[in-house]
Design a protein around this ligand. Structure first.
Ligand SMILES: [Zn+2]
Length: 290
């Protein structure tokens, strides 16, 4: 691991020989956040039943995302980062299958949750905008449901609301530059901003949130491509990435689930990048200068 400020290799006690910052290690997890977590959590924080149920549901979602969708795209033994890995389950799943998998998140809740993980030495508390890894350290970087949260202010009370910040585009461009610095192939996935319904952010899991196309929250394919001007960028069908599990709690999920599966299985790339696809999976390949 390297110092996220200096990009110099850390010594055995996780101190930087250049700037002398030392990064604390707790339960085997190195913390590069320097207190700048996006949430606040400690052992005395009481989690509600809804929150605990949500965390439980998330585990199955991670299994489907990783095992059904991303694992078949990865070469045996590849070094992989799940950037914004949340519960960290992806890192255990991929390491169990012979990949050299790492994960990061900037959350105190996640840091506490990671004590249950097997491969805690592969989990780091770090911002996606300055990662503690050397250039080209990873073959592949996966980042699911992260980009849309960069550069926006979100509220959940009394209802879900979101507004872009003035520096949104600069922060999102920095995010992609950082992923392309540490990895050769990047997969970004998120709900498609060109599609008028968002099933992933709202007042309840899987509920439909109708939004303006000028909301400034969910990116479009074109917006993501414009953030990586020197890379090869393609949209993939979200077949198997979307499995309608949470939407199945709602009438539209039950009504369209089977048809949706078929639609995604047959989806050509030209449709995958368009407003006819509710969920973007974008593959970004660094073009080598050599
Ligand atoms: Zn340093």
């Amino acid at each position: 691991m390297v110092c996220p400020h200096c990009r110099v290799a850390l010594d055995v006690v996780r101190c930087c020989p250049n700037c002398a910052r030392c990064y604390p290690v707790d339960h085997g997890i190195v913390d590069f956040a320097e207190g700048a977590y996006y949430d606040r959590f400690d052992e005395s924080t009481a989690l509600t039943c809804e929150h605990l149920e949500g965390l439980q549901l998330e585990v199955e979602g991670t299994r489907r995302r990783i095992l059904d969708f991303y694992l078949p795209k990865l070469q045996a033994g590849a070094r992989v980062l799940d950037c914004g890995c949340g519960n960290g389950v992806s890192v255990d799943l991929l390491n169990e299958r012979g990949l050299d998998a790492w994960g990061n998140d900037l959350s105190q809740l996640r840091k506490w949750q990671w004590r249950e993980r097997e491969h805690r030495d592969r989990l780091v508390v770090a911002s996606a905008l300055s990662l503690p890894f050397a250039d080209d350290f990873f073959d592949v970087v996966i980042s699911s449901g992260v980009i849309e949260h960069i550069g926006v202010d979100e509220t959940s009370v009394p209802r879900y609301g979101v507004a872009p910040r003035a520096d949104r585009d600069e922060l999102r461009a920095r995010f992609l530059r950082e992923l392309l610095r540490v990895g050769r192939t990047i997969y970004i996935d998120c709900p498609n901003g060109a599609f008028p319904i968002d099933f992933w952010h709202g007042d309840a899991p899987g509920s439909a949130r109708f939004h303006s196309l000028r909301e400034g929250f969910l990116p479009t394919f074109r917006e993501i491509a414009s953030l990586a001007p020197d890379a090869r960028v393609e949209a993939l069908s979200p077949y198997k990435r979307l499995q309608f599990r949470q939407a199945a709690r709602h009438w539209y999920g039950r009504a369209f689930g089977g048809v949706g599966e078929l639609y995604f299985r047959l989806m050509p790339r030209a449709i995958a990048r368009s407003a006819l696809n509710p969920f973007l999976v974008v593959e970004i390949r660094k073009v080598s200068e050599r």
